[in-house]
Design a protein around this ligand. Structure first.
Ligand code: DHE
Length: 547
């Protein structure tokens, strides 16, 4: 009768004594093995990204049994059903999980977390495949694709990417990848495209082939979000790196074949408390233009690793103390400074990639900064400025990035403006653009999540600048579902910006192209193969860090 009855006795008698059944704790809920298996899968696909595999918390709260048991089954069930304004999705009322699934998940998180297996060199080598050896690849570009203006588009739930031509809007190919590719990154030469799935599968795609295709692949763990390639002069295309959430580690690979060369575990001490953390996940990775280094964000311990790839055998790693919960970020317009969000600390860390030290840690005065790679604008009052929006509120923070020309404003939050509402994921501009775009992807209001806010950069001289709202979902004429506008990306010329309209898997999605000068609709790309499009990466802008 009700969930309380779902608890199984955890005690038994041994002669006169009451003892615990081995492996069980008092109050353990009943779960059949098949329920447990299903709950495990749901936890991995929906929850682990924010709460962590070991449920120690990061973007989401900690969910270890000491805490969940204190809260109790009913509380957990209601929380999963209705969500919270602080960012927990309403899994029940949104229809993503059924009542039975919500009930099952509430019971599941009362139990100890399941620890997935490690994934070391033998597992990586077993998953590694070179489909086309370097010597069998073309020596020149074999197709007529304008590679620099190609867009790699994540088709999240299809486990694919689409390569779309930036001029004709034609889908050139659809390539099978890991599940829910998170990002695309491009080798320094512009030839190879690297994508990484949430399931930690990396595909290396050769854009020179007559029909671009995967030439090598590898699995680097069971959950991952980041991949990057060496960009320093003299080291172009030599190495690739992938970071994983589980196991918490990163691996340096050969840039031509993805052969795994060196794995570095990130387990260790949290930078400030100096206490051990078993799951410090690898968030954003960036390639330095100043040194032969990968810049690796270690989320839970709050450290940035500067990984010197000039000698893989005697790997030198500089461990820089930054701030806890490092997530995403990008370079300033000079490409010297890396600005990255410590999201659950509401801060942005500025790392000098030339000198290898932290320049500043800035409070963004908003809730959960979420920049993507951020946006670099030339502010009418403060000069070069880097911008982030926030997941938890409608604020947009602007940080001065020019210590030479504007020393008074450097590494300070110089302005805060207000956009459409909370739930923003990405901001975007281009050196050729006079606009700053702010999405509100996760806002619960369909009208807000279906639009994008545009600020005129010149208007930022005003104290409370107005913005224009572009109702992209309305423009695309999609009536079914709640398609969400996500992640603007410019074409190479910087005169068009593309947005994904991300709908449910079984509903129509689209890509909307906006003319940046007139802010009018240029075209809508619709195709039944465009299933759940999310991130889009223009080859030139991604390769050259233009944003
Ligand atoms: Fe992302 C970037 C992690 C949810 C779309 N996302 C990143 C990066 C990290 C990250 C660490 C930076 C990578 C880099 O630069 O090397 N993302 C996470 C999560 O942990 C989180 C919060 C939860 C999860 O379970 O994954 C999460 N992300 C999402 C989504 O739900 C999005 C909107 C849709 C999707 O495809 O899954 C999404 N994340 C993106 C995109 C980028 C990204 C499009 C790249 C932005 C860019 O411009 O570089």
């Amino acid at each position: 009768d009700g969930p309380a009855a779902a608890y199984e006795p955890s005690m038994t008698t041994l002669g006169q004594l009451q003892v615990e059944i081995p492996g069980r704790k008092p109050g353990d809920p009943v779960m059949t093995p098949s329920e447990y298996q299903k709950a495990n899968t749901i936890y991995f696909e929906r929850c682990a990204g924010c709460h962590g595999v070991l449920r120690r918390g990061a973007t989401g709260k900690a969910l270890t049994p000491d805490i969940t048991r204190e809260n109790g089954f009913e509380y957990l069930r209601d929380f999963i059903t209705f969500g919270s304004p602080a960012g927990m999705p309403n899994w029940g009322t949104s229809g993503d999980l059924t009542d039975e699934e919500v009930d099952m998940m509430a019971r599941y998180i009362l139990l100890d977390p399941a620890e997935p297996p490690e994934f070391g060199m033998p597992e990586m080598k077993a998953s590694w495949k070179v489909h086309v050896a370097p010597e069998d690849r073309p020596t020149e570009k074999m197709n007529d694709i304008d590679i620099d203006n190609l867009f790699s588009v994540t088709l999240r739930d299809a486990g694919q990417i689409a390569l779309i031509d930036g001029s004709s809007y034609e889908i050139k190919s659809i390539i099978n990848t890991g599940y829910a590719v998170h990002i695309s990154r491009i080798s320094a030469s512009g030839r190879y495209l690297f994508v990484i799935g949430r399931d930690a599968k990396v595909n290396m795609i050769d854009l020179w082939m007559e029909e671009p295709a995967t030439v090598a692949e590898i699995k680097v763990g069971s959950e991952a979000r980041s991949v990057e390639t060496s960009k320093m002069e003299g080291w172009e295309d030599k190495y690739a790196i992938a970071g994983s959430y589980w196991p918490p580690q990163y691996v340096i690979m050969d840039g031509n074949t993805l052969e795994p060369l060196k794995i570095k575990s990130t387990r260790g001490m949290i930078y400030d408390e100096q206490t051990y953390h078993p799951e410090p996940r690898v968030a954003a990775i960036l390639s330095s233009h100043y040194n032969p280094e990968f810049i690796v964000n270690i989320k839970e311990t709050g450290k940035i690793h500067l990984v010197d790839y000039s000698d893989i055998k005697s790997l030198k790693i500089t461990e820089v103390e930054a701030e806890r919960f490092l997530h995403d970020g990008g370079l300033d317009s000079s490409k010297r400074y890396f600005l990255t969000a410590a999201n659950a600390r509401n801060k942005v860390v500025v790392m000098d990639t030339k000198e290898g030290d932290v320049e500043a840690v800035i409070d963004t005065e908003g809730l959960t900064p979420h920049p993507g790679r951020g946006a670099n604008i030339n502010h009418p009052t403060y000069g070069p400025v880097w911008v982030t929006s926030h997941l938890g509120d409608d604020t947009v923070a602007m940080i001065g990035t020019d210590p030479e020309g504007h020393p008074d404003h450097a590494w300070k939050m110089v302005q805060q403006v207000y956009a459409m509402g909370g739930g923003s994921l990405f901001v975007k501009t281009h050196p050729e653009s006079e606009h700053l775009y702010v999405d509100a992807t996760l806002n619960p209001d369909a009208e807000v999540s279906g639009s994008v806010a545009v600020f005129k950069i010149a208007d930022l001289a005003q104290e409370e600048p107005e913005f224009t709202v572009l109702p992209l979902v309305e423009w695309a004429g999609i009536a079914d579902g709640q398609p969400r506008v996500v992640q603007g990306e410019f074409n190479k010329a910087g005169n068009e910006i593309w947005f994904s309209l991300w709908n449910a898997k079984d509903k129509e999605s689209a890509i909307v192209v906006v003319d940046d000068k007139t802010l009018e609709l240029k075209t809508v790309i619709k195709d039944e193969r465009l299933i759940t499009p999310t991130g889009k990466f223009n080859v030139y802008n991604t390769r050259a860090d233009v944003y």
